[in-house]
Write a protein that binds this ligand. Sequence first.
Ligand code: PLP
Length: 259
Amino acid sequence: MNPTGTTPNPRPRVLAIGGLDPSGGAGLLRDAAELEAAACQALAVATSLTVQDGRTFRRHQPTDPALLAEQLELLAAGPTLAAVKLGMLATAALVDVVADFLRRCAPPIVVLDPVLGASAGGALLDDPGRERLQDALLPTVTVLTPNLPELDRLFGLGAASLPADALEAALEMLRLALPCDLVLKGGHRPAPDRGTDLLVTAEGVTAFPPSRALPGGAHGTGCTFASALTAALARGVELGQAVRYAKGRVEGWIERNAT
Ligand code: PLP
């Protein structure tokens, strides 16, 4: 599979850092599936083991920060990473380990899906972790992929109640204050904009409407989008095209998995 036709690196190594969802609906298993589907070599390091089946989320057990640091250190000493995708980070201590790794390793592409909670309930990042994400991690990121609730919890824009024009203006202002580009995933936007993603770069805002009407309720859409986006970027695809590719992958995932 080749998302674009451009293949500067035949099989780029892409590292996913996130939680393990044993049901495979979200987290690292989803990431690995998307990375491999785009002909990347998937590497994965777990920040937490979750107890869930896709409908019910019970609890999770974060990884010992020293263990995570050791795993990352070994990977950093290996062949070059084309990109890193970040999902569930669980605690402030783990956010700091990941930020430290990224500062030292400096991969050219870092996509952060700022996972804060499971759709079935349950916090996937604690409050101190959210602060460290903004202060320590964000400066290492190239593309941030929040949904609407995550955008509001991270930046307090009140975005959920803004009409489309005002939302786009607020995102352009936010982009000026951020060290990275941003894709607002549209799944939580109210009608008529539901499903329309917004790519926000220094050049402005580009809207990506859904290709068709889709049911809601699929688990793992955020992970699918961010890992497909990372895979396309690792293969040398330009950002707008990579968003288009990732959107197509999410639409396919939703159709196969809607509850
Ligand atoms: N990562 C893990 C390990 C999860 O368990 C979840 C949700 O349960 C997520 C990420 C977020 O999933 P989604 O893609 O539905 O936002």
